[in-house]
Design a protein around this ligand. Structure first.
Ligand code: B16
Ligand code: MG
Length: 216
């Protein structure tokens, strides 16, 4: 029986990928190489430092650790300029209705995100009141596909993994859910999320009750 839901943030609750793209692109421009929107797909769900490594590989550039930390810090400052201008209008369609349905049904709610900015984003979107617990990039040492973020989420909700449903838009996130023994819903395409128990385009028009029936 599902007693809790664990949500990824970027690509599930809000599209912050477009701001990550603009901030990483600024760094690529400064370093003199092209970074496309299709390249940006490879950074979804990936931690900040791992994202930087992928970006530098695309540009065929190498730097020492200290320089890389400075690049990541500058990118994050640029990213936060966008994040601080976000409003609740940017919450993806159907998300609030879905969270309210969960609250009404006494289903526990967790966030499980790789982002170190997750609390800032939830605050900007006025969503903190819905979450019983928030596990973010500041609390995990192993990134998805390792299930650590979801396992910590379930533990914090006092639930077993098999009692939780994970919502994820990244392939690594679905893999993390499966390896942690969670049921999962993929938000996006069957091409990369085919291993999820159920796949949908978003929360618009969908209910928790319907999903539970479909995955059982
Ligand atoms: P930050 P998620 C992820 O969020 C993003 O998809 C990914 O592109 C980003 O690099 C990562 O957070 C770290 O973000 O730089 O804010 O710590 O999908 O796990 O909610
Ligand atoms: Mg995501």
């Amino acid at each position: 029986m599902i007693k809790g839901c664990i949500f990824d943030l970027d690509g599930v609750i809000v599209d912050t990928a477009k701001y990550h793209y603009l901030a990483w692109k600024k760094l690529a421009d400064e370093l003199g190489f092209e970074f496309t929107k299709s390249d940006n797909e490879r950074l979804k769900g990936v931690s900040r430092m791992r994202s930087l490594d992928i970006l530098l590989k695309i540009g065929n550039k190498q730097f020492d650790k200290e320089t890389k930390l400075k690049f990541a810090e500058n990118k994050n400052k640029e990213y936060l300029n966008y994040i601080m201008k976000m409003t609740p209008d940017e919450i993806l369609p159907g998300v609030i209705e879905f969270l309210e349905e969960l609250q009404n049904k006494k289903i526990k709610i967790a966030l499980g995100s790789a982002s170190k900015n997750a609390m800032t984003i939830l605050t900007q979107l006025k969503l903190t009141k819905y979450f019983d617990t928030v596990i973010d990039g500041t609390q995990v040492s192993k990134t998805k596909p390792n299930p650590e973020v979801f396992i910590k989420g379930a533990q914090s909700l006092n639930l077993k993994p098999e009692e939780c449903l994970v919502f994820e838009d990244a392939e690594a996130g679905i893999e993390a859910a499966i390896s942690g023994n969670f049921k999962s819903v993929g938000i996006g395409s069957i091409d990369n999320l085919g291993k999820a128990n159920y796949i949908m385009q978003g929360f618009d028009g969908i209910t928790f009750e319907k999903i539970v029936k479909l995955i059982n």
